[in-house]
Design a protein around this ligand. Structure first.
Ligand code: GRF
Length: 247
């Protein structure tokens, strides 16, 4: 990593978290420059904002790749992916991720932030971008207090479950569903009169602060991975992310 970090951001929609990260970099709160904003959705409103802001943008349109056949994929470009492995995934996902990886590598980044990027990543893509398990470099924001309510509608699930506390989580990304090591969480009380829109509004405000804070800690090299249990037989490798004052 150079003195000034290189941040890449992927979005699918509004991009308010992306905007918060861009502005935190511009204010000098995050010691990094935003190298690119990529999207799987050509109509994402956040893309126009990024373009108007003079940022380098690109699109890998997953939907347009939906008819690709796995036989069109050059498997030799996906390390440790056998034909059997490939058949577990929809071909357009593998195809899209190859393009996504190429776009990202051409531009280069030290940290890739998923900011409302509504796609699951395969282990092949995660290993390509973030090859070292002890120094993960893909982050995600999720709108619930994980491990509660993974999936696409964290605030909706929190609301419908009748939770009295809601929140958001920043975590490093693995190939599971919102399952990577947790970096930070913020919570807030749910007032019984709060509807779903109010929960989302309160949550998004906290998301913007928390994401910037976690990215700042990353670029200040203040995050470390501590191994809790080792991959051994049936035991999953679990880790904890520590901020330097806890190391
Ligand atoms: C946020 O609630 C984020 O937690 C979730 O998707 C939403 C994206 O919002 N993953 P935005 O596009 O950043 O405004």
């Amino acid at each position: 990593m150079t003195d000034r970090g290189r941040l890449g951001i992927l979005i699918s929609g509004t991009g308010s978290n992306m905007q918060a990260l861009v502005q935190a970099c511009e204010r000098g709160e995050i010691p990094a420059d935003v190298r690119f904003v990529g999207s799987d959705n050509p109509a994402a409103p956040g893309l126009s904002w990024a373009q108007q802001h003079g940022l380098d943008t690109f699109v890998v349109d997953y939907k347009a790749l939906a008819r690709r056949d796995w036989r069109e994929i050059d498997l030799s470009r996906i390390p440790s992916c056998s034909l059997g492995d490939a058949l577990h995934y929809k071909p357009h996902r593998l195809f899209a991720e190859l393009l996504l990886g190429d776009e990202i590598e051409q531009r280069g980044c030290d940290l890739l932030c998923l900011a409302g990027f509504m796609r699951l990543l395969t282990p092949f893509f995660v290993r390509r971008i973030s090859p070292n398990q002890d120094q993960p470099c893909i982050m995600n924001i999720h709108p619930s207090l994980l491990p509660a309510f993974p999936g696409i509608d964290g605030y909706g699930d929190t609301y419908r479950y009748g939770c009295r506390v809601a929140g958001c989580t920043i975590h490093f990304v693995d190939s599971g569903l919102d399952s990577g090591p947790i970096i930070g969480q913020r919570s807030f009380d749910v007032d019984p009169v709060d509807g779903l829109e109010e929960i989302k509004r309160k949550g998004l405000l906290l998301e913007h602060q928390l994401y910037s804070e976690c990215v700042r800690l990353f670029f200040a090299r203040r995050l470390a991975i501590r191994l809790l249990t080792q991959l051994d037989g049936m035991v999953r490798r679990t880790v904890q992310v520590l901020v330097d004052s806890e190391i």
